[in-house]
Design a protein around this ligand. Structure first.
Ligand SMILES: C[S@@+](CC[C@H](N)C(=O)[O-])C[C@H]1O[C@@H](n2cnc3c(N)ncnc32)[C@H](O)[C@@H]1O
Length: 269
């Protein structure tokens, strides 16, 4: 297992389950992510709020591996997503892993259909988690209805300060170049902009920026990372020589910044 032990949970999960990749959900890659990264911090923060009798609601749960992982620490975990294909895989994973207290439901936030979630009573949810799912403004109203007094919402978004795009980006083959990186302030405003003015019952309780290096020492792995993010059609064979030359120019190691914004909102009723 080796490097996976210190790997952020979201990345390690893809490496451990080849079916996720086979179904085309992501390209896995190997890299070295510094300690204290945002994903690990987010996971620890979420787990600090879990109790054996908690009800957890995972907004934009995707293939549900994280929802299943959280289910072990609470009474009921509900994952919702707009994509029926990922929900099908989520149910499969839950059955395979023997997780009985998790359920996955289709829901598209922002579509006006949020009231249709009859299986989840109002004032019954303790923790809303949003790991790279839809922005808070799309689901805050629903969360306020479903929140038990004292509930919290905790989220994480990839982000980056100005300069998070590495200097070698322009030397990459065009199809692999990183696009725009949203700055910390802009991503923070996705959260704060959703909070009602002057209503102390719903307020930002914490906001953390985490920025650690993610190092690549193999051109094939950087290709996997960039091609996945860009949905590039280019094959590795097409770009291997260019990438190898780029690595040679940087002593064999290229560094990306693994930047995340983690936030926590209190939902008092
Ligand atoms: C980047 S994936 C993250 C999935 C999962 N939370 C994880 O960490 O592995 C974002 C997910 O949010 C879902 N999503 C995005 N916008 C949505 C919306 N408006 N309503 C419901 N789901 C949404 C997508 O379908 C996708 O599965």
């Amino acid at each position: 297992m080796g490097f996976l032990d210190s790997y952020p949970a979201d990345l390690a999960e893809w490496e451990r389950d080849a079916r996720l990749v086979k179904r085309g959900f992501v390209h896995p890659w190997r890299s070295h992510v510094g300690a204290g990264n945002g994903e690990s911090f987010f996971d620890a923060l979420v787990r600090d709020h879990l109790w054996p009798d908690s009800v957890v609601f995972d907004v934009g749960c995707g293939h549900g591996a994280y929802t299943c992982a959280l289910a072990g620490g609470c009474a009921r975990a509900i994952g919702v997503d707009r994509d029926p294909e990922v929900l099908e895989l989520a149910r499969e994973l839950a059955t395979e892993r023997g997780v009985g207290n998790v359920e996955f439901r289709p829901l598209t936030f922002g579509s006006g259909a949020e009231g249709a979630l009859a299986e989840v009573p109002e004032r019954s949810v303790d923790v809303f988690v949003c790991r790279r799912g839809p922005v808070l403004g799309r689901w805050l109203d629903l969360a306020r209805r479903l929140a038990r007094p004292g509930a919290v919402a905790i989220g994480i978004h990839p982000t980056g300060p100005a300069g998070a795009v590495p200097p070698w980006n322009s030397q990459l083959p065009a199809s692999l170049r990183l696009g725009r990186v949203f700055g910390y302030d802009e991503v923070r405003s996705w959260v704060t902009g959703a909070l009602p003015d002057g209503d102390q019952r719903v307020r930002l309780e914490g906001c953390w920026w985490l920025d650690v290096p993610e190092r690549f020492d193999d051109p094939a792995q950087l290709y996997a990372r960039l091609a996945g993010a860009a949905n590039a059609e280019t094959s590795y064979a097409d770009v291997k020589d260019d990438l190898t030359k780029l690595f040679d120019g940087y002593d064999g190691t290229l560094e990306l910044r693994h930047t995340r914004l983690v936030w926590k909102v209190a939902l008092h009723s």
